[in-house]
Each structure stands twice: as C-alpha cells, then as structure tokens.
Design a protein around this ligand. Structure first.
Ligand code: ADP
Ligand code: ZN
Length: 758
C-alpha cells in the first residue's frame, strides 16, 4: 500500500509504503461548508500514480463536482456506508505544486475560508471546470516532456499514435498534421485534459526560457549612486527570503532597479513574478521589459479571456516564460523555478480583492516569498503605512531613492485658494491661464478629477429634488457621451428625465464636475489643442487606452483629463503641468485610511509632472489652504507625513497598531438584515469573555453606504491589538456562523484586514 503526502521540507513527494490495504483519497472541494471529504479510489486507479494536487471528478449528493487530491490516508472519520468512490482522475500530473498548495492552505486559514475554495481560486478558470480545453486558437500541439513510459502505456491506441506522430516532429506538430495523420479532435481534447499534450499558439514555439540567453536587447542604463546601492543590497539577498521596501520618489528609477535585479535572477535561470496594479500598467511595463530581455515575458490580467490567461499560466508552469507580469490574481501563478517577486506600487488598493475571497495579493506575496525562500521587493513612492511600520521595525529592509533619475527635478507645488473664486468646469481662472501658457510652450497638461461622467448629480433647482439611484444610497451621475444617468455603485442606468420627477418643473440642473464636463469645457476653450479624456468610460474598448497613450507619447501639446487611472506609474515626459482640481474631501473622509489614501493619490498624480527635461509644476486647488496634512505633504517628503500618520494611528489604536475584521450582513429588507445581525451580535456577546478584554466588537451599525445594489447592509467590526487574539476569535466565529439560524435571504461577508469600509 502506498501513501502520498506533501513533504514541505524538501518540496518533493514522500511515498511511504505500508502494509495496509485500505486507502482513502482525501479531497478538497470548492464548497464553502464542506471543505474536504474522503473518497474511495475508483476502479483502475493506480495508487503509484496518485499525486496531491491532481483533480478528480467526484460525486457530492446528486452532483458531480471537481475536487483536488490533498493526500491519501489509511483512516477516515467518514462512516463506511457514506463513503463513495471518486468517479475518475482528470489529470495525470498535479495541476498545483507544493508551494501553491501550502500558500493556499495558509491563506485559507488566514482568511477563514475552506482549503478547497482557496485552491480553486488559485486555478485558472479553465481548470476549475471539468471541460475540454478550448481549441479555437491553437495551431500546434506539444507533447508534455514530463510524461513517463507508464503514462504512454496507459494510453489508448489512438493516443499512442498521436504521441508517435508528435515524437516524429520533435514533440510538436500542427493541428492539421495531426488531423492528416487520422487523429480526431476528440482524441486531442482527451489528451490535453490528461496533460499528455498541450495546445500551443505561436508564442509556444519558444523554448524553455532557461535555454535562451537572457541577453539584454537594450543596454541597461548606468545606475546613479542610490540605485547602485539599492541593486547591490538586493543582489546580496537573492538566495533566500528577504523582504525589501524600495522607497523611491516618483521617477527615481525604481523600474530600472527592478530590471537590473531581474537580469541577475534570469542569469541564475530562475523566474520572476512582477505584480502591478490594474490593467493600465501592463502594456507599458510589458514593452519596457520586452525591449530589455530576450526571455519570453507573459502577462496575466482581467482584460484577457479565460483562454489567454490559461495559456499564459501554462507558459509560466512549463518554463516557457521567464518573467510574468500580472495583476493581483497572478500571485497564484505556478512557477516551477521562482527567483524573485516584485510588487510595484505596493500601496495600491487594487492588490486587495474586494469580492469573493478578500485576499491581499501583497500579503500573500510575502508569504509566497517565504515558502519559496526567495526575496520580495515592495516598491512605491508612497508606501502603505503597514509597510512603513514594518520597515521601521526592521522586518523589511528599506532602500531609499531620494532623487529623480536622469536629471529630472521633483515638481514644484502651488496651492490655489479657491474660496470665493468662480470656477469653470471646476477650474479657476488662474489655472486656466497656466494651462494656456503651458500649451503655448508646446508642452502637455494633465488635469486630475476624481470623478467620471459629466456631473456627479442632477438636482431640481425648483424643489431641491436630487435624482438618486433606486438601488443605492447614492446619486445618479449624469453622463453626456452617450446621454444617460448612471449609478457608479451598481451600474444601474436610466434615461435623463426632461423634467423633475417630483415637481415636474423643467429645472433639472447638472451640479458639480466630472471628467466629461471638464473635457468639453477645455475643448471649447482650446479648440486647436488635443483634449484627451482618460477614464474607465473612454478606455472601455480594447486598445483605446493604447491609442491614447500613443498620442501622449507623440509629445505634441495636449491636455489630458483623467481620473486616478492616470495616477498609476505612467511616464509621460512631455507633461509639465499637473492640475489637481480638488482633493479636500479625501482628507476629511470618515474612513481612517482617508488621509493616507488621499496623500498617496495626490503625490502619485503630482509625480506625473516634469519627468522630462522641464521642471514640472503642480497646481492644487483647495478650499482649505491651511490644512496641516496638505502643507506637510507638499513641504516635506512623504515619509514625514507617513510618520506623523503612524503616530496618530498608534495613539488611536488603529491599524497597523491593531488588527481588524469587518463582518457585513445584507438582505433585500432592512428589518431582516438588522434582525439577523442583532441575533449574531447577541451570540457573540454571550461568548465574548472567552476571548479576553483585548477583543473589541463594535456594532451592529449600518454600513457607510447602507443600501447598495438593492441590499440593506449592517456591519460588525472586530478589532484586537494582537493578531492572534483576533484570529482565535474568528476561528470560533467562523464555525458558529454555520450553526447560527440563518435567514435564507441574508448573505454575509467576512473581510479580514479590510482596506475600505464601504
Ligand atoms: P520610477 O519607476 O521610480 O517611477 P522609472 O524607472 O520609470 O522611475 O524612471 C524614470 C525615468 O528615468 C525613466 O525615463 C528612466 O528611463 C530614467 N532613468 C532611470 N534610471 C536612470 C539612470 N540611472 N540614468 C538615466 N536615466 C534613468
Ligand atoms: Zn446604484
């Protein structure tokens, strides 16, 4: 009898032979309540071929679902009469390796989810379903190099014939060659399902990246003093887990440091995972990496279809790709030869998943670095307070780039007091004048407004009625292109009414300013100049963002009007003037992270100014020119502001000096939600003494946006100064949640380390 288990220590399977004759397959399911179940092997299942991480089709009630083998055991707590056998193995090789497996196990514990849920989140969508891998784009089929003689013996005649043809063609043949050889599509699909072969698009014609010279296509820049110091430190720690905070002002050449560190890792024939926030960044980053390196670079992001993502995931797994540039979910990509993880703009909120399993890709990256024993670089001009604290306490090494690279100077700030000043589409007279001067000098201007659409609200000037979303506690945003009202919280859209729905007067007035309004105004004011709007609406179509970027890179005079999409990492050398319309509200946000997030946004937007030869200017319109946060930010560096914020957080026992979990219940009826949460809170209060005085339970209270997407939301906030106290409580709470008498209509969400209280 053979038992299969992960051996964490040396990352290989240990196979124990014991003298027993029963074997159970311990299988993780993607079902929140059942997590893991034991099954009996099915007929013909060869124990020696079982590996943790292989997928199985298994019965659950009347359904057939997919599960992942965790391990095989000789004992089970499941009563014999309830034991069922697996239906069949779907893979001949594990789809998840031991590092990913352990990452998922730890993440499941930390986020209080089931192991199966976490494992299935890690898999590409195509592997979560029992479905034939689609073939629409494939030109070639490649033989999996890892298959053994035993694998081939287990094949059908047709499959062996396919393997024969592939071997004649050096392991790879086109679809049509195989069809000419009498191989049916069905056979190919079956074999792909068993990982005997995989379909390859043209990119797959690449070899194993380790056989390619990582040779630089494009000579690296000569690093300045600070960059060299940073690179040398990084190079000292490439062989083990080592977290580094690369704190470098905007334009200080962090990316150049990454590139040269990556070169080192590629020379060692190891892979690099680069996480970036959201899609906007990937095309620019990708081309910068491709110009530098010979090894294949692949991307993974939500703008791709499931096929594309799957192929790229496979390329990383099959060592076809040396560099993987990815948004949040790439933290789960399979890397057989990991060497380095980089998290660019580590402060960015997009690293926290905001639905489903609310994981933080940044935090998991550190965990992954530890499991793989490789360094992790967190880069930012405005690091999160969490990371600053860790750097201060010596948990991360902080490397500092204080100057802009390549001779560019930091931009100069000017506060524009807009109290009792007339504004045109949000812009003061003084700002409009500066825009004109900048265009006259043939330079580019960037206007930042944190609101898309034409106007954030439509108000009746006769009776004061505001048009609200029928599903959310929020007003409808007016859009002009095309004209409609749009709720940015639930996506509900409706036609623009001609008169007030309340008093029927034709006195509806668009109030406030969004990107469309400012764009229109600026286009009217500067008819000769290109005015480009950059927000989610103008970039919705595939490639439209790239077209806008091309215009910007042409360096012709232009005015860019955009939301925070433009704040992230872009390098626009012709932009010399940045206008920030108004960020006052952010500093007075009810959320305790308001100041931190606003400061980061402000400096990131400002950082787009003057990255070329001409020194940049930032004009910041404000109704509060005396705001001490604002003054500290623009007079001193970000770190001074961060230290000040940290001391306030410490004083108030807020994160990162305490740990939070946010529990939200919602339903279609306010009374139901309130009743349910009151019941749960009552149960908690009865047991709270078990968790000591260090655990605080705040609420029940309505969520800051009480009604959202038609559901009424109430919250409890759990807080402790020790992480262990919070998680000890949460483990108990998570179990109780299954027992609490649930009203069917209620849903609940548990958010560990919530980043946004909404
Ligand atoms: P960051 O990632 O910190 O915002 P980048 O890496 O984009 O900064 O660098 C900003 C600009 O400075 C880029 O145009 C880059 O090519 C240039 N640069 C970076 N390092 C150097 C260097 N050592 N010498 C000259 N130019 C550099
Ligand atoms: Zn809505």
């Amino acid at each position: 009898m053979i038992i299969v288990k992960w051996s964490v220590a040396n990352d290989i399977f240990t196979i124990h032979t014991i003298k027993k004759f029963t074997m159970f397959l311990h299988i993780a399911l993607s079902v929140p309540t059942i997590s893991e179940l034991d099954y009996l092997p099915c007929e013909g299942l060869e124990p020696s071929q079982l590996r943790p991480g292989m997928r199985f089709l298994v019965p659950l009630g009347s359904r057939k679902i997919i599960g992942l083998l965790v391990e095989t055991t000789t004992t089970t707590t499941c009563p014999a009469e309830k034991l069922k056998s697996v239906i069949k193995a779907l893979d001949s090789k594990p789809v998840i390796d031991s590092v990913l497996f352990n990452l998922c196990r730890k993440a499941a514990t930390y986020y209080h989810r089931s192991l199966g849920e976490m494992l299935f989140l890690a898999l590409p969508v195509l592997l979560r379903k029992h479905r034939v891998i689609p073939v629409n784009k494939q030109c070639f089929w490649t033989l999996n190099k890892d298959i053994s003689a035993a694998d081939i013996r287990a094949c059908t005649k047709k499959q062996q014939l396919t393997i024969g043809i592939l071997q004649q063609h050096n392991g790879k043949a086109s679809d049509s060659t195989l069809k000419e050889g009498g191989i049916a599509q069905k056979t190919l699909n079956k074999m792909a399902e068993k990982n005997l072969i995989f379909s390859t698009d043209d990119v797959m014609t690449y070899n194993d990246f380790r056989t390619v010279q990582p040779v630089i296509n494009n000579k690296p820049l000569t690093l300045n003093k600070e960059q060299s110091v940073a690179l040398e430190e990084i190079k000292k720690h490439l062989q083990h887990f080592f977290p580094i905070l690369l704190y470098g002002v905007t334009g200080s050449g962090k990316t150049e440091v990454y590139l040269q560190a990556i070169e080192e890792v590629l020379i060692q024939k190891k892979q690099v995972l680069v996480l970036v926030p959201e899609i906007g960044l990937t095309p620019q980053m990708l081309s910068r990496f491709q110009r530098r390196f010979n090894v294949p670079v692949v991307t993974l992001h939500s703008g791709m279809d499931d096929n594309e993502r799957y192929y790229n995931w496979i390329k990383a797994w099959q060592l076809k790709a040396g560099i993987i540039i990815s948004t949040r979910s790439g933290i789960f990509c399979r890397l057989p030869e990991p060497g380095l993880i980089i998290i660019d703009e580590e402060h960015d909120l997009s690293y926290k998943q905001q639905d489903g399993i609310r994981y933080s890709a940044r935090d998991l990256a550190l965990l992954r670095g530890q499991l793989s024993n490789i360094p992790v670089i967190l880069g930012s001009a405005t690091p999160s307070l969490e990371s600053v604290k860790k750097a201060n306490s010596g948990h991360y090494l902080m490397l500092n780039l204080t100057h802009r690279a390549g001779g560019a100077k930091m931009p100069q700030f000017r506060l524009i007091d807009i109290r009792s000043q007339p504004l045109h589409a949000g812009l003061s007279q003084q700002v409009i004048k500066s825009i004109k001067q900048t265009i006259d000098k043939k330079q580019q201007v960037l206007v930042f407004i944190n609101r898309r659409g034409f106007a954030p609200s439509l108000i009746c000037t006769h009776c004061g009625y505001v048009i609200n979303c029928q599903y959310c506690d929020s007003c409808m945003t007016l859009h002009r292109t095309p004209p409609h009202l749009h709720c940015h919280h639930c996506d509900y859209q409706q036609a623009v009414p001609a008169s007030c729905p309340e008093c029927h007067a034709e006195t509806l007035n668009a109030t406030g300013t969004g990107t469309e309004r400012t764009e229109m105004f600026l286009q009217e004011t500067f008819p000769e100049t290109d005015v480009l709007r950059i927000d989610r609406d103008s970039t919705r179509l595939k490639n439209s963002f790239n077209k806008i970027l091309d215009t910007i890179n042409s360096q012709k005079p232009a005015i860019l009007v955009g939301t925070q999409m433009i704040a992230k990492g872009h390098h626009f050398p012709a932009v010399t003037l940045v206008i920030i319309i108004n960020l006052d509200a952010g500093f007075f946000n009810a959320d305790f992270r308001g100041e931190e997030k606003t400061a980061q946004l402000l400096l990131q937007v400002a950082g787009r100014a003057g990255r070329g030869e001409v020194t940049g200017q930032v004009l910041l319109q404000t109704y509060n020119p005396d705001n001490p946060d604002l003054i500290m930010l623009i007079q001193k560096e970000y770190m001074a502001f961060a230290m000040h914020q940290l001391s306030q957080r410490q004083h108030l026992h807020l994160p990162p000096y305490s740990y939070l979990a946010l529990f939200t219940v919602d339903s279609l009826c306010m009374k139901t939600t309130q009743g349910q949460l009151k019941h749960i809170a009552g149960q908690i209060r009865q047991h709270q003494h078990n968790f000591g005085p260090l655990l605080k339970v705040i609420g029940p209270m309505p969520a800051p946006m009480e009604k959202r997407q038609g559901r009424f939301r109430e919250q409890l906030l759990f807080c402790a100064e020790k992480r262990s106290v919070l998680h000890f409580f949460l483990s108990w709470f998570r179990q109780q949640l299954n027992n609490f008498s649930h009203t069917k209509q209620c849903r609940w969400i548990l958010d560990i380390d919530p980043q946004e209280m909404i």
